[in-house]
Design a protein around this ligand. Structure first.
Ligand code: PMP
Length: 355
């Protein structure tokens, strides 16, 4: 084989959820928000001038970072923003996970973590969730080069109490502990309240879910000024202008609208609980998801066959071809009307099979 072929960095890429585009579809497969972003975002977009596009954006993303800092009660030097939390997490892996000891994360979790480890050649060791799909903090008391987990976890939706996160932090004073809070706004207390106590904590959040801005690509990390400075140093060594002008303006507007966030997430939580109860009545087993999705299985149904049947009628959910969770479907919470269509389909599907 030619040398240049041998030298290709071979990776098994992360597979993002499908992005189908049918006018009649019910899209419950990538945990997007069924409601629009804050009206303040539309206002900000109206004010953006195309003439400004010839100019580079502010590499410090000051307007956005300052707005995030104000909204979360921290200093601007504690905020790092990126092109979605995927970008932020990738920078975190690159910046902080440089040990010979393995980085620890759960066996069932966000499937991007092992992909970044392989891409950046970071050793890692997965820690199996217990039989109830919960993270056991004791599994994170072994020597490691860093720790990362979502809270609530994905795709289970199960949240870990802050006391368990503190247990992990106190047992690992020498390790960076990254809490990926992509779904925190749907009813989980944030680890941000622990920041002043633990210098080894970094919290990551996104505008993609609760703020309905997946298409704008905004994510952020909050941590100590020293850690955030290290992240900025790596970012400027890679691509200085990650946040474009529109994202900076729209993101800054969105994060100031706390009332809208509360209203939207409140609606989604109500729909989630109603859907969960209806599914349980039909015999589905659901984890106690604190996210904007449900993770469900049915003892008498083949999950993959159901996934395909739903797809055939343009109801898109997510099925993972992965150990331990092949019998499960992850269903994003849509509007009440969308969930009613789903529930009615499932009702018929069960009836046709005499279940
Ligand atoms: N973390 C978790 C746990 C996720 O499920 C996702 C969404 N795929 C992300 C991070 C990344 O989201 P985004 O890049 O849209 O902020």
């Amino acid at each position: 084989m030619k040398r240049f072929m041998q030298n290709i960095r071979k990776v098994v890429p992360y597979v993002p959820g499908d992005q189908p585009d049918f006018p009649d579809m019910i899209k419950l497969n990538t945990n997007e928000c069924p409601y629009p972003p804050s009206p303040a975002v539309e206002q900000a977009l109206k004010q953006s001038e195309s003439d400004q596009m010839r100019l580079y954006p502010d590499p410090t993303a000051h307007a956005l970072n300052a707005a995030i800092a104000k909204a979360y009660g921290v200093e601007e030097c504690q905020v790092f923003t990126g092109v979605g939390s995927d970008d932020v997490l990738a920078m975190i892996f690159l910046t902080f996970f440089n040990d010979n000891l393995p980085v620890l994360f759960p066996d069932i979790t966000y499937a991007f973590y092992p992909v970044w480890c392989n891409l950046f050649r970071i050793p890692y060791a997965v820690q199996p969730l217990n039989d109830n799909f919960e993270i056991d903090p004791k599994d994170y008391e072994k020597p490691n080069g860093g720790i990362v987990f979502p809270n609530p976890n994905a795709p289970t939706g199960i949240a870990m109490p802050l006391a368990s996160i503190e247990q992990i932090l106190t047992h690992n004073p020498d390790s960076l502990v990254v809490v990926d809070e992509a779904y925190v706004d749907f009813g989980t207390p944030s680890a941000l309240s622990l920041l002043s106590k633990y210098e080894n904590l970094m919290v990551v959040q996104t505008f993609s879910k609760s703020r309905a801005m997946a298409g704008m690509r905004i994510g952020f990390a909050i941590g100590s000024p020293t850690l955030i400075q290290a992240l900025h140093d790596v970012k400027y060594s890679f691509n200085s202008y990650t946040m474009n002008r529109t994202a900076i303006a729209a993101g800054a507007a969105a994060v100031q609208d706390a009332a809208y966030l509360k209203e939207t997430t409140g609606k989604i939580i109500t729909t989630r609980e109603r859907t969960k109860a209806a599914l349980r009545k039909m015999g589905f087993v659901c984890t106690d998801s604190k996210s904007n999705f449900l993770f469900v299985t049915h003892p008498k149904l083949d999950a993959h066959a159901l996934f395909e049947a739903l797809r055939a009628v343009h109801i898109f959910v997510r099925w993972f071809d992965a150990p331990r969770i092949r019998d499960y479907l992850r269903i994003t919470i849509g509007t009440d009307a969308q969930m009613d269509v789903l529930l009615s389909f499932l009702n018929d599907y069960l009836k046709q099979r005499g279940i």
